[in-house]
Design a protein around this ligand. Structure first.
Ligand code: UD1
Ligand code: UDP
Length: 376
């Protein structure tokens, strides 16, 4: 039983659901919590996933405790009825940790996909660093995307027999989607695509950046828009009203800023492939953009994804307004600097993470041999 609730979990679980459905060894029962609604349904629709169970927990401006308790409550009765042989949770959202805790309480083995990411700071990202550490304490099988994440788990005393390096299934999702050249629903984006204008693609949503830091991001984007009339800033706005209230007011009336609703995954990856520079605080985007050779400026002070930072395609720049303006300016006008960051690298996966995931679960349940790990 794969359990997921938010956009990034759905994107990363989709290749695994497809692989489970093709496998003759498993019956795949998809359960969604509905922690996200529109942003979750958008992904399921693209990948043709029809959930078997939907807890439908979303509340506007929901609290972390509400997500946790509503998920555990919903899963409690579902597990009692369905008795899955294993559950799969992904990453570090509150859906994933609540799913792991509920399964653990029912004595159901927990498979943790994207295990072992660590920033080293319990408060950043908040609450994700705590969420993923809690899940590591109770999971039976830890599917680490990279050797760095495996090393983090070993350092915390997780047994090596319970860890498999699979690569990250986001690369499976990206590779099956990005070349499809899915048409943009918003005509403004189709126009940008055919104009050949340089695009700065921006996403932001992190809880610890909400408020002052995000207002600063809005001001920085407004200054960049004024200083660079030939550039187009494309900002698919997260559905969270708290994010919109902080970032969008400074951008009103700017002719070269295009704010859209969340883009369906196929449209977003097409925009990513078109973009000149990416400015983000997203985890998934940090993994995808390097694979497409896009320089990424990450609006955070730390990251649990150091691989692309070490490779030089990602720079951590924090949320200071001046620094954002300066770093974007440098990438736009210093060609050597741009070239040094615009390298296509694949530290996070080779597109076969889902197949390794299914094989590793089969091995855990005594149904198959050990799995050959992803080599970076
Ligand atoms: C959640 C995850 C975060 C992940 C992010 C991906 C937690 C605590 N946070 O954060 O780890 O990086 O998803 O985007 O698990 N909303 C809608 N419709 C939607 C989605 C959101 O209306 O489809 C609004 C609601 O008002 C909701 C708010 O956004 O209350 C925040 O959503 P929530 O899932 O609590 O937090 P995210 O910031 O999205
Ligand atoms: N994404 C998308 N549409 C958008 C913005 C992002 O499909 O408008 C995808 C993106 O390609 C990545 C994922 O959503 O795979 C990242 O989600 P998000 O930034 O919400 O969460 P995080 O990865 O930070 O947990």
């Amino acid at each position: 039983m794969p359990i997921f609730g938010t956009r990034p979990e759905a994107i990363k679980m989709a290749p695994i659901v497809a692989a489970l459905q093709q496998s003759e060894q498993f019956e795949c029962v998809v359960t969604v919590t509905g922690q996200h609604r529109e942003m979750l349904d958008q992904v399921n629709e693209l990948f043709g996933i029809v959930p078997d169970h939907d807890l439908n927990i979303l509340q506007q401006r929901q609290s972390l405790s509400a997500i946790m308790t509503r998920t555990i409550d919903g899963l409690d009765s579902l597990f009692a009825e369905k008795k899955p042989d294993a559950v799969i949770v992904q990453g570090d959202t509150t859906t994933s940790t609540a799913g792991a805790i509920a399964a653990f309480y029912h004595g159901i083995p927990v498979v943790h996909v994207e295990a072992g990411l660590r920033s080293g700071n319990l408060l950043s990202p908040f609450p994700e660093e705590a969420n993923r550490k809690i899940t590591s304490q109770i999971a039976s099988l830890h599917l680490a995307p990279t050797s760095t994440s495996k090393a983090n788990l070993l350092a915390e005393g997780i047994s090596p027999e319970d860890i498999v390096i699979t690569g990250n299934s986001v690369i499976d999702a990206l590779l099956t989607t990005v070349d499809k050249k899915i048409p943009f629903t918003d005509p403004q984006l189709e126009e940008i695509a055919s104009s050949g204008r340089k695009v700065l693609l921006v996403t932001t949503h992190r809880r610890e950046n909400q408020g002052n830091a995000m207002r600063g991001v809005g001001r920085a984007l407004a200054r960049i828009a004024d200083a660079e009339p030939d550039l187009v800033i494309v900002l698919p706005a997260h559905k969270n009203p708290v994010v919109r209230e902080a970032v969008l007011p400074a951008l009103e009336g700017k002719p070269n800023v295009v704010v859209t609703e969340p883009l369906a995954y196929g449209e977003f990856t097409r925009m990513l492939a078109l973009a000149h520079v990416v400015l983000t605080d997203s985890g998934g985007v940090q993994e995808e953009a390097p694979s497409l050779g896009k320089p990424v400026l990450v609006m955070r002070d730390n990251t649990e994804r150091p691989e692309a930072v070490h490779a030089g395609t990602v720079t951590l720049i924090g949320t200071d307004e001046e620094r954002i303006v300066k770093e974007v300016d440098r990438l736009l006008h210093d060609q050597d600097h741009f070239d040094s960051m615009a390298n296509a690298i694949n530290p996070y996966g080779d597109g076969k993470a889902a197949a390794r995931t299914v094989a590793a679960i089969a091995h855990m349940l005594g149904l198959g041999p050990t799995v050959e790990e992803f080599q970076q």
